[in-house]
Ligand binder design. Sequence first.
Ligand code: ADP
Ligand code: MG
Length: 310
Amino acid sequence: MICPTESKMFHVEHFLRKVSTAHKEYVIITFQKENSLLDKGAEESRDKKKKGKNMAKIIAIANQKGGVGKTTTTINVGAALGELGERVLLIDIDPQGNTTSGLGVEKETLLHTAYELLLEDETVKDCALELKDFHLSLVPSSLDLAGAEVELVGNSDREALLYRKLSEAKDDYDYILIDCPPSLNVLTINAFRAADSILVPIQCEFYAMEGLTQLINTINLVRQRLNPNIQIEGIVFTMYDSRLNLSDQVVEEVTRFMPGKVYKTKIPRNVRLAEAPSYGMPVTQYDPASKGAAAYLSLAEEILERGGKA
Ligand code: ADP
Ligand code: MG
C-alpha cells in the first residue's frame, strides 16, 4: 500500500518503506498477504467519481516501431493511475496481446475480447475484465484481431468502430488507455479516431527522430481526415540511460522538435519492468520499491497534472 506521507488514513500492519517520485514522497506499507499501493484516499476518490460521472480521457499509446515500451507504458501507467484513485480501462488492440498476458490473463480462454468489441455487437461492458487486484479493467486482445484488416475491407465505417463503442463507455472511467500495435494499420487508425490524445513512448536511440517525424505526419493526416481534435498527450523516454551521451542528445533534439510535450519523468532501463509481465503483474505490484515503479508513478502524476480531460 502506498499513501502520500501527509495522509493519516493508513494502518501499519507489517512494515513501512519510503519511495520518492519527482513530485511526492510515498510511504509503502507492505502487508503480510497483500502488496498493494492502494490507499484509502484512492478508494474514496474512486467512489466519489463513480457517483460524479466524469467523462473518460481516451489516450492511445502509439509508436509504429516495435519494442519501444508501448505495452510496458500502457500496463504501468494504467496501474499507477489506478493506484492513484482513477478509474482506468485498458484496451489491448495489438493481436500479440502482450498487455493481456502481461496482466496474467490467459488469452485462450476468453470469449469476449477486443475482436468482439470491434467486429461484433459486444459492448465494453460485455468485454471488460475487472482486474481488481490491479485497480484496472481490461478489454483483452485476441489473435483474431490479426485478420481485422482483411475482414473490414468494404466496411465503410471501419475506422470508427472503436470510437462508437467507447463513446458509450466514457462515463464509466476516468482514463481509457489503448495499447496499439507496432504498425499504422486499421486497428491503430481506430485507436486514433477514438482517442482524445496520443502518448508516444520513445527509446533514446539514433533513429528516434526519424520515427517521431513519421508518426507526427500520420497524426496530422488523422487530424485532417478523421479526428480534428486529436492532440499529442506527451512524449515519454523509455529505457533511458543517463550515462549515455546519445540519450541526452536524443532528449534534447526531441524536446526542441516538440516543445512542452516531453515529460520530465524518464523511464530508466530497469530489469524489474522487464520481469513483471512474466509474473502477470504491473511493476507497482511486482516490486513497488523498484526504480521502474517509482518512474511510472511519477509519470502518472505528470499525466494527472497536465489533466485537461475531454
Ligand atoms: P512495445 O509494446 O513498444 O513493443 P514493450 O513494452 O513490449 O514494447 O517493450 C519491449 C521489451 O522491452 C519488453 O521485453 C519489455 O519488458 C522491455 N522493456 C520495456 N521497457 C523497459 C524498461 N524501461 N527497462 C527494461 N526493459 C524494458
Ligand atoms: Mg506492445
